[in-house]
Design a binder for this molecule. Structure first.
Ligand code: 5U1
Length: 673
């Protein structure tokens, strides 16, 4: 029997009414009906939807309860990279930020206008809408690839499932922060305590943990909030030409926008706004760690452009890190993945920035000496955001007696091998290499970490246990693990053992960049690994590359190049790498970049002379290489152009004699942009 028209209309009207009350409550903070009245509407809609399942809609407000658990999160490639922000830590850095922009943008001479808003301490996500309908939500991940968390995002009442207003056609990708306010965080920890569940250290961890749950039905019970702060991309709508106007536009189509957002003028306006928010910080109902400023004029934003991972037109002016004093009880030495011994302070436990701290880094022996830190001192400890707490300095006035200075041991505290210090380096290193269990543990932890092969369930404690029991010796053993070995481990249920084998299997699908990073080659971080992968595109080419070739890659200098060569020259390493591939570790083929697109300077050779403003010689060369060019140190008839900065040398004369083009700074910038 067809559903009566009157029921269709009633369901439609209830959905609209509930959506509107949701929006008033969660976005505008201006509810118009009581909770009981809202519940009545909600239950009525639920009852009708149960009675007429053929009218189900994923956009219905009743669908915010979550769905069956997922096994993993699918990767999502961000079409427009999710960038991070540059930081400023004092007023002068803000003034320098403004000055850099004045130099770069075609300004009328009027002060630059900036949007100003508090920087929420949560995690960034991207929301993609088509024809006004939420299609996909993703975490930021590494900025290029995030995780698909659509099912979880749909449970947040402040994330619109359907945009409002006739303007919401076409496609729009909105970015913002998921966070938890203090009230929600406290309520969550109270209820976790009652069920003996996980207690979260701070609202940021609680938000991150809740958003990345595989069971979205649990996410639905977590008090998560969303606030938008940017448009990633949009098609089919005429957007306002100012950042501030764009935020008003987002508000008009249903997104929460910071109620504290303002337009300010110049660095001095930014500094005043910062002071105002800093004075309100302690009374705000949520954690913030600074203030974000963005150039308001979108055209000027485009003129300003980007540095590698952040736009030049935005900045986060960070609040000072929280500092407390406590007693330094002892100094111990931790052995890292590369054998470096790091002094770690054992402290009388103290709360700092919402977290109990009993260990903090002392960086290296030179720092200890420079700051004259002694065991037994009262010390100042600092913690900012997610960074590791650090000992800032001793409180010298409180030292009454002569106290002992920390001593670097001459033998490794883990494997008893010799500890050496190479000339010109601050670090002391254990010479144990693969003999040293600490180095092996750290190498495996690094391999399994989120930014590397992301082996879910292979936590630090488990790695330590498996190395100590000699179930695994190196990363090469991970994919040979068997169920019986895992199930025999302490506190390892059969289900967890199966799950770990599944996630080991899942981790085999990676990217060449992540794989290279995971190998833990000294000084090859995420960005360098990615750059190596993009340049060579095949593992075998990287293995075969010599120091010269490696240095053609952006940001790869002689030291990193030598580390890469040395790593692959070790037979043991090469065997492990080959075996990992044999066990099934694989990555998608990296397409040859089209010459016309990402490598527009392929086949060209440039020579740089003189000083370029804002670029060291290496940085300028790296920018050219990134676009496919070669950079040479001598001018010949085959040189495409000589790039001449301030005070150029004789190379310009030689270029002129040979009829080779000479470019100035402005032409160079056009070339690389
Ligand atoms: N408030 C705010 N936070 N935040 C973070 N705005 C903002 N903008 C960001 C980030 C990463 O990035 C812009 C480049 C869009």
């Amino acid at each position: 029997m067809p559903v009566p028209e009157s029921v269709i209309a009633e369901i439609q009207s209830l959905r609209e009414e509930i959506n509107s009350h949701n929006h008033r409550y969660h976005v505008l903070d201006d509810p118009q009906i009581t909770d009981q009245a809202y519940d009545r509407l909600y239950r009525k809609l639920q009852q009708l939807e149960q009675q007429y399942p053929e009218l189900a809609s994923e956009l219905s407000p009743t669908q915010r309860v979550g769905s069956a658990p997922a096994t993993h999160f699918e990767p999502v490639i961000h079409e427009v990279a999710m960038l991070s922000l540059e930081n400023a830590f004092d007023d002068d850095e803000m003034r320098a930020f403004e000055k850099r922009l004045i130099d770069r943008v075609a300004s009328t001479g009027a002060a630059l206008a900036f949007t100003a808003e508090p920087k929420l301490d949560g995690l960034a996500i991207s929301l993609l809408y088509e024809q006004g309908k939420l299609l996909r939500a993703a975490t930021r991940g590494d900025g290029k690839t995030g995780e698909n968390i659509t099912a979880n995002a749909k449970t947040l009442p402040s994330i619109p499932l359907q945009l409002t207003g006739e303007k919401s056609t076409g496609m729009i990708e909105v970015r913002g922060e998921v966070y938890m306010d203090h009230a929600g965080f406290n309520a969550l920890n109270d209820s976790q305590a009652k069920i003996q569940g996980k207690i979260f250290a701070n609202p940021r961890n609680a938000a991150a943990g809740s958003l990345r749950l595989l069971d979205s039905r649990i996410t639905a019970t977590r008090p998560l909030l969303f606030c938008s702060y940017a448009i990633g991309r949009a098609e089919g709508s005429d957007l306002p030409q100012g950042q501030f106007g764009r935020m008003q536009y987002l508000r008009s189509i249903g997104f929460p926008v910071s109620p504290y957002i303002e337009l300010v003028e110049g660095a001095e306006g930014c500094i005043q706004y910062y002071q105002k928010i800093l004075s309100q910080r302690d009374s705000l109902p949520f954690d913030i760690d600074g203030v974000v400023f963005k150039l308001n004029d979108i055209q000027q934003q485009q003129q300003a452009g980007f540095v590698s991972k952040a736009p030049r037109w935005a900045i986060a002016y960070k609040f000072p890190a929280e500092e407390v004093t406590t007693r330094l009880l002892d100094v111990e030495f931790q052995v890292g993945r590369t054998g470096a011994l790091t002094p770690v302070a054992r402290l009388e436990p103290v709360a700092v920035a919402g977290v109990m701290v009993s260990n903090a880094t002392l960086h290296n022996m030179d720092e200890i000496e420079r700051k004259d830190i002694r065991i037994g001192d009262l010390v100042i400890v600092r913690r900012a955001g997610d960074v590791i707490p650090e000992v800032v300095s001793p409180v010298a006035s409180e030292r009454k007696d002569e106290l002992p200075r920390p001593q670097m041991p001459d033998r490794c505290p883990v494997c008893n091998s010799d500890v050496v210090k190479n000339q010109g380096q601050a670090a002391y290193r254990c010479t144990g290499g693969l003999i040293c269990a600490a180095q092996r543990k750290e190498a495996i932890k690094h391999f399994a970490s989120r930014k590397a092969l992301d082996i879910e369930g292979l936590g630090d404690k488990l790695v330590e246990q498996m190395v100590e029991l000699e179930i695994i010796q190196s990363i090469g053993d991970l994919y040979h693990l068997e169920f019986s070995q895992l199930a025999a481990l302490d506190r390892m249920a059969e289900k967890s053992a199966h799950n770990l084998l599944d996630s080991l299997d899942a981790s085999k699908a990676t990217t060449l960049g992540k794989f290279l990073f995971a190998l833990g080659i000294r000084e090859v971080g995420e960005a360098t690994a990615e750059a190596l992968a993009n340049y060579f595109r095949h593992l075998d080419k990287i293995i075969a590359a010599d120091i010269e070739e490696l240095q053609q890659v952006e940001d790869v200098g002689p030291v990193v190049a030598a580390n890469v060569v040395q790593f692959f020259n070790q037979v043991d390493n090469l065997e492990i790498v080959r075996d990992l591939v044999k066990q099934g570790v694989h990555w998608p083929k990296i397409d040859k970049p089209r010459a016309s697109e990402s490598q527009p300077l392929l086949g060209k050779t440039y020579v740089i002379t003189g000083t370029l403003e804002g670029f060291s010689r290496e940085q300028a060369a790296a920018r050219l290489k990134l676009r496919g060019a070669k950079v040479s140190s001598s001018v010949s008839a085959r040189t495409s152009a000589v790039i001449a900065g301030e005070k150029p040398g004789s190379k310009v004369n030689k270029a002129e004699a040979l009829g080779v083009e000479v470019m100035d700074q402005a032409q160079f910038e056009i070339l690389i942009n």
